[in-house]
Design a protein around this ligand. Structure first.
Ligand SMILES: C[S@@+](CC[C@H](N)C(=O)[O-])C[C@H]1O[C@@H](n2cnc3c(N)ncnc32)[C@H](O)[C@@H]1O
Length: 238
């Protein structure tokens, strides 16, 4: 039972989701890339997912994070300092959309994906537009060679995958995990919107859980081919 919502309102806090993102970063990106690349990250939060993934791998490149929330940015820098990762993880306190796109071979993100009619939510910066995929679509418009993003089964997953395909991406790998509805996704305004989307066949979830996918979109077809049909099947299965 939550006794105070203040910390949750200030900095994104959902360890189950952040750990899943960290696992996706490690297995779909850091263990598969050359190890020396530049990686851009949208929405670093308190920095823990990237930090944990860096500590588990031999990656020697640099992750350039962008985080708008000042409290999260400060918390992330304290953690980076504590783990002496200042040469591998550099965070900017601004939006990736406000700068000329940094050069990087990967763009990675656990993006804001809450669907709601407006952004008057516990954390406005977690609003993903009316269907929850506005920010993710914007990330897929930046033309990075590889994009690792989390995608939710209640945020029009098929619409998102079709958008990526139209932008010239393929699904080269993915990992799916069930997630329980938590503090942010249980907010009445979000529940109302996903209920409406479910009745229209654009949101998929059961009473207590939804599916979260870590999806690696790439501009080149990987040896595994194009897994988009399989991903749509899984993400619309609840
Ligand atoms: C779902 S949280 C993920 C945080 C962290 N990566 C994690 O997984 O624990 C999304 C983050 O994106 C940040 N964010 C939202 N819009 C942003 C923008 N335009 N530029 C940079 N960060 C943004 C939010 O403040 C939030 O910290």
């Amino acid at each position: 039972m939550l006794t105070s919502s203040q910390p949750l309102k200030e900095i994104f806090f959902c360890p189950e989701e952040s750990d899943f993102y960290s696992h996706c970063l490690e297995t779909l990106v850091l263990r598969n890339c050359l190890g020396t690349e530049a990686i851009a990250e949208f929405g670093s939060g308190d920095g823990s997912p990237v930090i944990k993934a860096l500590l588990r791998t031999d990656f020697t490149g640099t992750v350039y994070g962008f985080e708008l929330n000042n409290s999260a940015y400060e918390a992330a820098n304290l953690k980076i300092e504590r783990y002496e990762l200042g040469n591998k993880y550099i965070i900017h306190n601004r939006s990736l959309f406000d700068v000329s796109t940094p050069e990087a071979s990967y763009l990675v993100s656990n993006p804001p994906y809450l669907p709601a009619v407006d952004n008057k939510l516990y954390q406005p910066l977690l609003h993903g537009g009316v269907e929850g995929i506005t920010v993710t679509k914007k990330l897929l418009s930046l033309n990075y060679q590889n994009v690792l993003t989390l995608a939710s089964s209640y945020s029009n997953p098929e619409g998102l995958i079709n958008y990526a395909l139209a932008k010239g991406y393929h699904v080269s790998d993915f990992i799916v995990s069930p997630m329980q509805f938590g503090y942010y996704s249980s907010e009445p305004k979000v529940k109302d919107q996903i209920g409406k989307m479910r009745s229209e066949g654009r949101a998929f979830y059961s009473e207590k859980m939804y599916l979260l996918a870590g999806v690696l979109f790439t501009k080149e077809v990987s040896p595994k081919g194009n897994l988009s049909t399989e991903l749509v099947k899984v993400m619309t299965s609840l």
